[in-house]
Design a protein around this ligand. Structure first.
Ligand SMILES: O=C(O)CCC(=O)C(=O)O
Length: 482
């Protein structure tokens, strides 16, 4: 796949390892998405409490970090770019001073670092972060030297530590962590994710979503879930041509049956009884997601579908996304928001504890399972496209309708130009009643429609084209494997 990166005002975010699907991962974010200022203070944690969180997570900060920074400085010197290395080294030493705070009984404020020094150091780091951001966004993502992604992660880690000492709003610090996670390389055993999660949980505990508010959120959420009822669900998609076939359904088949009858012959099937025991099935709703991840910054898609002109991407907090797109139907109608194909569980691994990995994924290469979250309001659309990997699409809450086309039908679906970013996407809008006039061969394409209900899993083999529309606020998790 090709990953486009172009100069400024575009950023390539959320790599978090693993292959990407375009255009969903072209990641066109505006520079304003990277502004961490201006978030209001809500937490009641003291500066000391916040610094302690990092002290506990990184008891050997200087030892753990020095080597990496020296190595990066060496590489930068070779690249004749010493100034970044010098600023990083200075910031490292200052962070060491912040994190040794408390080891000396005479410490006040933020160790022996004055607030003026904190501000200066953060300003210096902002210049470095901006500079690295430019490096990340110049040219082809895959050709960006790894040292820049590492440095981005370390620079944001240093900024986080200094901001904590400078006592800025916790939400601002969490956003810096998330940007480090989204753009930087993973460092120090996923330290940024641990810091962000601990800050979020501590802040949330001090805020505590009032019971009345929680009830309100739940009621609004449930109120919207009956977007389309009963039999009507099936008629959401028009053009019920005679070439429709029925998809098989199985209750927790053995691995042997799955492999012999579905995986090897590359036949899709709807599975039941596979994920019902996941605690997410009981626990997950919008309140819960807010509690676990409300202050976290996530990438969302805005627009009716990724093939439309007005489609764009944005970074927002999970709270904003839920309030303004998942629950607020009037805004959502004007501009749909979709947290789509995001490796949320690498960013917030604690959420993965509520799920499992379906054992059928292990019939492939178990080191190459990519897990993506798909969370949004009723009416999100993924236009007809195919993916190169096997997929188990699991439904946690809400419902989706899916139209599936075998690989043999792909030519009848009028794919976009093979040289374009949309090479894996059909030009047909299966919701448009006139599509067969414009694209006559499509009326002969064989397909199956399936409704994905909570607790069900759809196995989609590679190259099976699929159109997906949510019928209610919905959370799905896909497992791609090969
Ligand atoms: O749920 C969706 O909107 C699309 C899912 C999908 O395309 C996939 O899992 O590959």
């Amino acid at each position: 796949m090709v990953y486009f990166q172009s100069q400024t005002f575009k950023a390539s975010v959320v790599k978090l390892g693993g292959p990407m699907k375009l255009p969903r991962h072209s990641m066109k974010y505006g520079r304003e998405d990277f502004n961490t200022k201006g978030t209001c203070e809500e937490g009641r944690m003291s500066c000391k409490e916040k610094v302690r969180i990092v002290q506990k997570l990184m008891p050997n900060f200087c030892k753990d970090v020095s080597e990496e920074i020296e190595c990066a400085r060496g590489k930068l010197a070779q690249m004749k770019d010493r100034s970044v290395g010098i600023i990083m080294k200075r910031a490292l030493l200052d962070c060491g001073r912040v994190l040794s705070w408390g080891s000396n009984s005479e410490d006040d404020g933020m160790g022996d670092l004055g607030s003026g020094e904190v501000t200066t150091r953060v300003e210096e780091l902002d210049v470095v972060i901006e500079f690295i951001w430019e490096q990340l966004n110049t040219g082809h993502w895959k050709q960006v030297p790894e040292v820049w992604r590492k440095l981005y992660a370390y620079a944001t880690l240093f900024k986080v530590i200094l901001l904590l000492a400078g006592d800025v709003p916790t939400s601002e610090v969490i956003k810096v962590c998330d940007l480090g996670l989204l753009l930087g390389a993973p460092i120090l055993n996923n330290i940024m994710s641990k810091i962000a999660f601990r800050l979020h949980v501590s802040q949330n505990a001090s805020l505590d979503l009032g019971a009345a508010d929680a009830r309100l959120v739940r009621e609004r959420h449930l109120g919207e879930s009956s977007f389309v009822e009963g039999k009507q669900r099936e008629s959401v998609l028009r053009n019920q041509f005679p070439s429709r076939f029925q998809l098989g359904e199985l209750l927790r088949p053995s691995i042997e049956t799955f492999v012999q009858e579905y995986f090897l012959p590359q036949k899709p099937v709807l599975l039941r009884g596979v994920i019902e025991h996941w605690s997410a099935m009981q626990k997950w709703n919008v309140d819960y997601i807010k509690q676990r991840a409300g202050s976290r910054t996530v990438p969302i898609e805005i627009g009716s579908k990724y093939t439309s002109e007005e489609w764009t991407q944005k970074l927002v907090t999970m709270d904003d996304f839920i309030d303004n797109y998942v629950l607020a139907s009037s805004v959502a109608e004007r501009s749909k928001g979709y947290l789509a194909q995001h490796q949320l569980f690498l960013q917030i691994p604690e959420l993965l504890q509520d799920l499992g990995i379906p054992e059928y994924c292990y019939v492939g290469n178990d080191e190459d399972i990519e897990i993506n979250a798909w969370f949004g309001p009723a009416g999100t659309v993924s236009p007809t496209h195919y993916d190169p990997k096997h997929n188990l699409l699991t439904q946690i809450f809400g419902e989706k309708i899916i139209r599936l086309f075998p690989p043999s039908e792909w030519n009848k679906l009028y794919p976009h130009d093979s040289e374009s970013m949309l090479f894996n996407t059909s030009q047909i809008d299966v919701e448009d009643p006139n599509f067969s006039t414009e694209f006559p061969n499509s009326a002969r394409a064989k397909y199956a429609d399936v409704v994905l209900e909570p607790g069900t899993v759809l196995y989609m083999p590679p190259k099976w084209a699929h159109f997906v529309k949510s019928l209610s606020p919905s959370f799905s998790v896909s497992f791609w494997f090969q």
